[in-house]
Write a protein that binds this ligand. Sequence first.
Ligand code: ASP
Ligand code: MG
Length: 415
Amino acid sequence: MSTPIIVQKFGGTSVANLDRMRNVADVVAAERDLGHHVVVVVSAMSGETNRLVALAHDAVEEPPPRELDALVATGEQVSTALLAMILSQRGIPARSILGYQMGLRTTGAHTRARITEFDRRTFDQAFAEGTVLVAAGFQGVDPEGDVTTLGRGGSDTTAVAIAAGLGASFCDIYTDVDGVYTADPNVVSNARLLEKIAYEEMLELASLGAKVLQIRSVELAMKYEVPVRVRNSFTRSAGTLLTKEDADMEGVAVQGVSLDRNDAKISLRRVPDQPGVASKIFTPLSEAGIVVDMIIQNASEDGKTDLTFTVPKTDLKQATRIVEKLAQEIGIHRVETAPDIAKVSIVGVGMRSHAGVATRTFSVLAQEGINIQMISTSEIKISVVIDEKYAELAVRSLHEVFELHKEPKARTSWT
Ligand code: ASP
Ligand code: MG
């Protein structure tokens, strides 16, 4: 049998300073001692990418995306070189490698490029020599030869893409938490660490604001069925395994509760109920790059209807300006905005086969006197928008009623 390949990705907090990089070197050494081929992918030292982005915005009002990428990609160049030095000194042959050096090609969409390919020869050669390659995450090179970046948190995606391309046994994402929990442990004190979670569930949780992994990395892992483990580089926990849905998971109605405070709500009152109106409203928003999440349209009365939707809080001002301009043109009676909302969601592939999850969700919120402003559901998710004041109460109540603190086998059968 060929030697297993393990891709280890270390996030910003794991490489925040030289001491932590020495700790990372220990983690790399331990994996190598097991006889595995190891590839390391690093993020920039924590805070560095933010610092560089701020610097660019101090320099000019609107940094050109090409130069912004050239600038922020340097964060990973620093951490990759430092870690390679530390590994070498520790007696582990290591070499830093940047995006272009591994032939990591991307689309030309600066600041949010997508990986198209990379050259595995460099890696095979390093395996043959016994050298650990320390690859810079987050960066690549476009068809023009320009440096690109993959969007914030993009090192996760670099790691998963490399793991997929190399057919790695595991892609270990090392961070500063023990893995994926049933809820944010800062909100729910008895939240439970999940041993495994289905890709689809993780995708929902990631997009619902549980910021453990970049969404794109989960999509890639799901597509290529890469076994991803989210682990703690400090405690070296076994972590949480992302994997294909299995029979155990189907038996669990709810895997986790997530909380997203990043959205705001816009309501348009008395919108003419005519063909083409929705397109007139949402086209300019999407052209402005504003991502609309939930949309609700009420039944119409005397040819008018109410339309409510959510946008990222950071885009609220711009979105309001756009719809206010349209209000006159289309004949919308009033535009109302509410920044103080939160989206609480429960997720689980087992929802497909468990009836009554929605009813139980709504009744627990009712018991707590929490008003539901919007609802959206998918096969494996129920989301409600509520007043931000009650967000944590809602999360705790749902966690409690679905007994998420207990092992699935120990839960009351109806949960
Ligand atoms: N350094 C980049 C960021 O902060 C990429 C990453 O950390 O994954 O977004
Ligand atoms: Mg990250």
